[in-house]
Design a protein around this ligand. Structure first.
Ligand code: FAD
Length: 469
């Protein structure tokens, strides 16, 4: 029996892959009642809300095709609309239009050369990603096969992994604070770090991601719904509401403990994040060491709204830049994702929904047990409402708005301290340093957004594609 912990994108993805490879004995344990994890959903008034992820960017067509996962996605002509004070910047999908937009909104810079450099790097990285099964070498044998198979393809890019993005950014950009804020806040969406702490390759892939944003009909949760249906349809088992608390290994087997049951398994693939691993093996100091090594990570404040407007919002994805954020926001922006007003798969009543998210740290939020917690949530609610009316439209009113904090994330995804978004792509966390899928425990593997190649739906599925026992 192979046991997978977590029915997020990683767990469902590897479950489907194992069934496809002919394994018949695959079971998933999921602490929540729905699949999807950070790319999951919940229902309110029969409407499906995305809990975290809202956009699909980068191609995982290799996965959807191979596993018969069908959903309708629409490529967005404007990836994100960026709001900086009075300025609105449209990040067009079309590269030429985007450079023209930069020329118009930020005149006097050589945007063309800088962005063409970024396109060159990210196109090459995506091409390699599509072709190869890249895994970071962990030992001499890995290194030998890496050099044989992959190095030639990657050779010209390796230096970009070890060179800071800041050395590619033109000097004229660096003297324009608004332009640097624009780069930094786009990087915060997927690299989770700013331009002074990222390498050129990850920087290029992260800065160019808004060219390739898709809206999924039914919401991003439709992907997990479809993946879980397919997994169960092919004979896989998902034990919902079964949180694995502890894992014990004897010579040949693992025993997985929930609060009330035990399950035996020969192999375990755990998709809970790195920061959770010492909960499963409290005596194992290796996990504590790894947690310490990658201790810098973000949590999120999110909010879920049903909006009322005279005219539905037609640009679906927005990033609002904030020069002086309140203490509970740890970046300088918030991200807004509106549902497609015609998306009847998500809401048969044609109500338009909104998911709001921003970076925070658990330490910036009063604990749930504190008497200030409720007051604090009301403060967040008001802040978001005012911001949306100011930047998007003062015609918007709110039929409902629910706020999620790091405690909410911890409750619904079991991620310790509500840490989400993967391991930030700090300069020091390059491919050879990032945690891999094999672990120091025989037959115990890790997958998901805290293993290479990192976070996001497509990143996680690339990890699934690369997975090998
Ligand atoms: C606010 C936010 C916005 C995002 N936006 C985007 C976006 O627009 N596009 C994009 O591609 N990505 C986005 N991401 C990132 C993306 O959602 C994640 O990287 C990806 O979904 C992670 O998948 P995963 O399977 O690795 O982990 P998870 O989604 O965390 O899945 C792990 C699963 O394991 C379960 N679990 C954990 N511990 C246990 C246990 N002990 N026992 C049983 N079950 C357990 C959890 O309940 C969860 O379902 C966003 C993330 C956040 C938080």
């Amino acid at each position: 029996m192979i046991s997978i912990i977590g029915a997020g994108i990683a767990g469902l993805g590897i479950g489907l892959k194992l069934l496809k490879d002919g394994r018949k004995d695959v079971q998933i344990f999921e602490s929540h009642q729905y699949p999807g994890g950070c790319a999951g959903y919940f229902y309110n008034q029969d409407i499906s809300f995305d809990v975290g992820a809202t956009t699909l960017s980068g191609s995982a067509d290799f996965f959807w095709r191979e596993h018969n996962i069908f959903f309708k996605k629409t490529h967005m002509p404007i990836g994100i609309t960026i709001h900086q004070d009075q300025k609105k910047v449209y990040f067009f999908a079309d590269r030429k239009k985007w450079i023209e937009e930069l020329d118009l909104k930020f005149p006097g810079h050589d945007h063309h050369s800088f962005w063409n450099n970024l396109y060159y790097l990210s196109d090459k990285a995506w091409a390699i990603n599509q072709q190869r099964s890249l895994n970071p070498p962990r030992n001499l044998f890995d290194l030998y096969s890496f050099i044989n198979r992959d190095l030639l393809k990657c050779a010209s890019l390796i230096k970009n992994l070890f060179t800071p993005l800041s050395s590619l950014i033109p000097q004229s950009y660096k003297s324009d604070q608004n332009l640097m804020n624009l780069l930094d806040e786009i990087l915060m969406i997927s690299a989770q770090v700013k331009s002074n702490d990222v390498n050129q390759l990850i920087g290029a892939m992260s800065l160019t991601y808004p060219h390739d944003v898709h809206y999924v009909q039914g919401g991003i949760g439709e992907i997990a719904r479809k993946m879980s249906q397919e997994f169960i349809g092919r004979g896989g088992i998902i034990h919902y509401r079964n949180k694995i608390e502890k894992i014990i290994k004897d010579n040949h087997n693992f025993t997985l403990h929930t609060a009330s049951k035990t399950f035996s398994s020969q192999k375990v693939i755990n998709t809970a994040p790195l920061w959770n691993q010492s909960d499963f093996f409290p005596q194992d100091l290796v996990w504590k060491k790894q947690e310490k090594k990658f201790s810098f990570a973000w949590s999120a404040i999110t909010a879920y709204a049903i909006i009322k407007t005279n005219r539905p919002v037609s640009e679906l994805y927005h990033q609002i830049h904030i020069s002086t954020p309140p203490a509970w926001i740890k970046s300088h922006s918030i991200f807004l994702s509106f549902s497609d007003p015609d998306d009847t798969l998500r809401s048969s009543s044609f109500k338009q929904t909104l998911t709001i998210s921003t970076h925070t740290m658990a330490s910036a939020i009063p604990p749930k047990s504190s008497p200030d917690y409720k007051k604090f949530k009301l403060e967040i609610e008001k802040y978001f409402k005012d911001l949306i009316q100011k930047f998007i439209s003062n015609d918007i009113s709110f039929e409902m708005l629910l706020v999620g904090t790091p405690s909410t994330w911890q409750k619904f995804t079991s991620r310790r301290n509500g840490l989400v978004g993967g391991i930030p792509h700090q300069f020091k966390n390059h491919i050879f340093n990032y945690p891999g899928q094999k672990t120091h425990i025989k037959n115990y593997y890790r997958l998901g957004d805290t293993t290479f190649p990192g976070q996001g739906i497509v990143g996680v599925l690339t990890g699934v594609k690369n997975f090998k026992f």
